[in-house]
Design a protein around this ligand. Structure first.
Ligand code: ZN
Length: 133
């Protein structure tokens, strides 16, 4: 039984969650300026174009920022402490908030290379988390 908060899936984010169920990390890419963004939006945050397409991300990136949670964000997270909440800059350039899954939270550093791993938490929801490489 998964008792942590779950994402609200709407029509804009549905393709993203559907791809994650298939263990694919996808991003939206702008056909006008060529940049990727995350989270998925209807308009490009860089140039406001609506010519966007879904593309598969490589699933690799770099830790841009992180914190170590030594107190849980709520009762459901208590068993996970300490855990790492991070912003990962994907190699495509988009940044996403995620967790770094590691047995040694004190070894995590900004700039480390990471790759995605998929956590199937419910029938509907697969979460993309990252591990050090
Ligand atoms: Zn754009």
């Amino acid at each position: 039984m998964y008792d942590k908060p779950l994402p609200v899936i709407d029509s804009e984010s549905r393709p993203y969650w559907d791809a994650l169920k298939q263990h694919r990390l996808t991003l939206k890419r702008c056909q006008d300026c060529g940049k990727h963004h995350f989270y998925p939006r209807a308009l490009c945050p860089h140039c406001h174009s609506d010519a966007l397409e879904w593309v598969d991300a490589r699933g690799t990136g770099t830790i841009y920022s992180f914190t170590i949670a030594r107190r849980p964000a709520g009762p459901a997270f208590k068993a996970d402490t300490p855990y790492v909440v991070a912003v990962v800059e994907l190699d495509e350039g988009a940044r996403m908030m995620t967790n770094i899954v590691t047995a040694d939270v004190d070894a995590v550093r900004i700039g480390q290379r990471v790759s995605v791993q998929y956590e199937d938490v419910t029938d509907e929801v697969t979460l993309p988390k990252f591990r050090l490489v």
